[in-house]
Write a new protein. Structure first.
Length: 290
C-alpha cells in the first residue's frame, strides 16, 4: 500500500509538472507571452502611479504578480515599455518595487527588464547588462522660489546649501563626491522623489538633485518650486554620458539585449522627445498618486 501511495505521488507530481509546462506558467508565477518590467512608479515623469487607466496607463502588479488595486503606471518609461512589449509580441506587466530591489529582482528572474529611469553606470554594469540609451539628460537642482538659492545659475552658487538626492542613484554619488568642493552640505539620501519633494516643501533641505525632465514636472506640480538649469560639465556636476543616460536593464547574457536595441533604434529622437513632452504634461495631472 505504501509503495502504491508513493507511486501515485510521483505520478501526481509528474502530471503537475506537465500541466505547468502545457499552460506555460513558470514555477515563480510568471507566464509565457508576458513581459515583466520592474520600476518604482514614483519617479515622474519617467514613471508614476495614477488611480485609473486613463491616458494609456497600465495596471500595476506587486512582486507576487497580483494586481494592486486602483494603481496604474504611466510616464515616459511606461510608454517605452509598451512599445518594446508590442514589438516583442508580448503583454506588458508592470511590477512595482523599491529602487534598491530592482537589480536583485532582475537577477532573480522576478522581472525580465528594468525600465525605470536607470543610468548604465560602471558599477551597475558589473551586475547587469544595459541596452543603448533611450534618453539623455542633465542633472539640475530643484529649489524653493522663496529660498535663498532661487535664481542661482551654477553649482558654485550653492555654498552652504543643504542638498539631498535619492538613495542608490548617480545623483547622490555626484552630490556626495562633488558637492563639498563647492561648499555644499550633502544630506542623507532619501528613499524616493516624493520624499525629496516633501523635504523641500518643509524646508528640511534647500535643494535636491533631479534630472531635468523630472524637475520640469516637479515644478509644474509644485508652483512654489523652480529649478536651476545646470549643464553637465560646465555650470553643473561633472558627469559622463553613461552617467546621465537612461537605458533598459537586462540580465547578463540575455538575448533580449540585442532585440531591445533593434527596437529602440526604430524610435527617432523626435519621437522620444514627443513622448517625454507628453509624459511631463500628463504627470502633473490631478489623477496622480505619486
Amino acid at each position: 500500500m505504501k509503495k502504491l501511495t508513493k507511486a501515485l505521488l510521483v505520478l501526481t507530481a509528474a502530471v503537475l509538472v506537465a500541466t505547468c509546462a502545457l499552460t506555460l506558467v513558470a514555477c515563480n508565477g510568471k507566464q509565457d507571452g508576458k513581459l515583466y518590467v520592474g520600476l518604482e512608479c514614483a519617479y515622474s515623469p519617467f514613471n508614476y502611479t495614477q488611480r485609473d487607466d486613463s491616458n494609456g496607463a497600465v495596471q500595476i502588479y506587486n512582486t507576487n504578480y497580483r494586481r494592486v488595486r486602483n494603481s496604474y503606471a504611466n510616464g515616459y518609461d511606461v510608454m517605452i515599455a509598451k512599445q518594446l512589449a508590442e514589438s516583442l509580441g508580448k503583454e506588458l506587466v508592470v511590477v512595482k518595487m523599491e529602487w534598491d530591489a530592482l537589480i536583485p529582482a532582475l537577477n532573480a528572474g522576478t522581472v525580465d527588464m528594468i525600465i525605470a529611469g536607470m543610468s548604465p553606470t560602471d558599477e551597475r554594469k558589473e551586475q547587469i547588462d544595459f541596452s543603448e540609451p533611450y534618453y539623455q539628460s542633465n542633472l539640475v537642482l530643484v529649489v524653493r522660489k522663496d529660498g535663498k538659492y532661487y535664481g542661482k545659475t551654477q553649482l558654485s552658487d550653492f555654498n552652504g546649501a543643504k542638498v539631498a538626492a535619492q538613495k542608490g542613484t548617480f545623483h547622490d554619488d555626484a552630490l556626495q563626491q562633488q558637492g563639498p568642493s563647492y561648499g555644499i552640505e550633502p544630506q542623507t539620501p532619501l528613499a524616493d522623489f516624493p520624499a525629496l519633494i516633501n523635504a523641500l516643501k518643509t524646508k528640511a533641505i534647500d535643494a535636491y538633485v533631479a534630472e531635468e525632465p523630472g524637475a520640469i514636472e516637479n515644478c509644474a506640480s509644485n508652483p512654489e518650486f523652480d529649478y536651476v538649469r545646470l549643464h553637465n560639465n560646465t555650470t553643473g556636476f561633472v558627469a559622463t554620458e553613461a552617467d546621465t543616460a537612461i537605458a533598459v536593464g537586462i540580465k547578463k547574457g540575455s538575448s533580449l539585449t540585442a532585440q531591445v536595441n533593434e527596437i529602440l533604434q526604430g524610435i527617432t529622437d523626435a519621437q522620444r522627445q514627443e513622448l517625454m513632452n507628453k509624459a511631463i504634461e500628463l504627470s502633473s495631472g490631478k489623477n496622480i498618486v505619486e
